[in-house]
Design a protein around this ligand. Structure first.
Ligand SMILES: Nc1nc2c(ncn2[C@@H]2O[C@H](COP(=O)(O)OP(=O)(O)OP(=O)(O)O)[C@@H](O)[C@H]2O)c(=O)[nH]1
Ligand SMILES: [Mg+2]
Length: 342
């Protein structure tokens, strides 16, 4: 499963700095089933305190956290959808990600040029979102032109798909992001940019961000420069300095935004967090571990995280009647500790 978050924004807003701060503590990718990683793709652990507690309870030799990928994308400019500033290439990079972290510059620094000359987070947000909308509008128009004849042929399915595209185009024309569930299929089929879940990252110090009148949602405030400087230090060292990094919250927010949840496996060898999409059944969830699991699935032994900790692990939970035996259709919940029987 390739779950990635594209870092998007105007030039010089702090995207690469954020990427560096996030990936300074790169995970050992040999633990994960990733193909080659591009230099602009970084794999980052999802901070989760439950994992440490699980490992202690299960006396696991090591822990392996869940991960998400961040992709550092070059700055977009106004006109990108028409190819301005290599725009089309960068928009293609965004298409390949599942969600977007939209970095917005609130920091003032004269020697860091702003493409539009002045600091205006509201305007910048608008420029980027307009570019994404215009690109999608172009995509929708091309698709409509291609499908018009098919739709007229009387094929009910083609007609329905065409009408869906018309609705989409109307939405985009009105300047609205097509984020409703009813557009999910079209959005997926065409890799629509503006339909991707978006997290706004407002970059600046509190005195610089407090002037923003309309805050986009959802958002996190981060002083990226400070985060980058601090990222050279360990979490403990940061704490000693009284610095509370916002990066863990950003990573968790991005994870939530993607509709992702975590289940755990816990044994002597390792305690590990695995990532699945909400509403995944037990049989499909197993494929996070190995693609074989779906076919070979027999049943799953499941204990909730809370029960696992309070009962002291597998044996204790079983004795207290907290171990459930679930079949293939069970919907896995965030925090389930699972042993797959295959
Ligand atoms: N003062 C201050 N400077 C920052 C901050 N974030 C980034 N910068 C500076 O802004 C400049 C550009 O930062 P980058 O992270 O390279 O920006 P970018 O968005 O990746 O830029 P492009 O890749 O050109 O689109 C660098 O000199 C950074 O040090 C910040 O929070 N405060
Ligand atoms: Mg950059």
């Amino acid at each position: 499963m390739n779950l990635s978050i594209g870092i998007v924004g105007l030039p010089n807003v702090g995207k690469s700095s954020l990427f560096q701060a996030l990936t300074r503590k790169q995970v050992d990718t040999s633990n994960y089933p990733f193909a080659t990683i591009d230099p602009n793709v970084g794999v980052v652990e999802v901070p989760d305190k439950r994992l440490t507690a699980l490992a202690q309870t299960a006396q696991s030799a090591r822990t392996v956290a869940a991960v998400v990928e961040f992709v550092d994308i070059a700055g977009l400019v106004s006109g990108a959808h028409k190819g301005e500033g290599l725009g089309n290439k960068f928009l293609q990079h965004i298409r390949e990600t599942q969600s977007v972290a939209h970095v917005v510059r609130a920091f003032h620094k004269n020697d860091v040029m702003h493409v539009a000359g002045t600091i205006s987070p509201e305007r910048d947000i608008d420029i980027i979102n307009t570019e994404l909308l215009l690109k999608d509008l172009e995509t929708a128009e091309h698709a409509l032109a291609r499908r018009e004849r098919e739709a007229r042929s009387g094929n009910a399915e083609a007609k329905k798909a065409y009408e869906q595209l018309l609705l989409l185009k109307a939405e985009l024309d009105a300047g609205k992001r097509p984020t409703e569930a009813s557009f999910a299929d079209v959005a997926k089929e065409f890799g629509l940019l503006s339909a991707k879940p978006m997290l706004y990252v407002i970059n600046g110090k509190p005195e610089e961000t407090k002037h923003i009148t309309v805050l986009p949602s959802p958002h996190v405030f981060i002083d990226i420069k400070e985060e980058l400087e601090m990222s050279a230090l360990s979490w403990q060292e940061q704490e000693e300095l009284g610095f509370h990094s916002q990066l863990p919250e950003l990573i968790r927010a991005a994870y939530r935004l993607l509709g992702l949840i975590t289940f755990f496996t816990a044994g002597e060898k390792e305690a590990r967090a695995w990532t699945i999409i909400q509403q995944t059944n037990a049989r499909a969830a197993g494929t996070a571990i190995h693609s074989d699991f779906e076919e070979k699935f027999i049943r799953a032994h499941i204990i909730s995280y809370e029960d696992f900790i309070s009962c002291g692990g597998w044996a204790g939970a079983r004795n207290h009647g907290k171990l459930r035996v679930e079949g293939r259709d069970y919907i896995v919940k965030d925090g389930d500790v699972i042993e797959f029987k295959i």
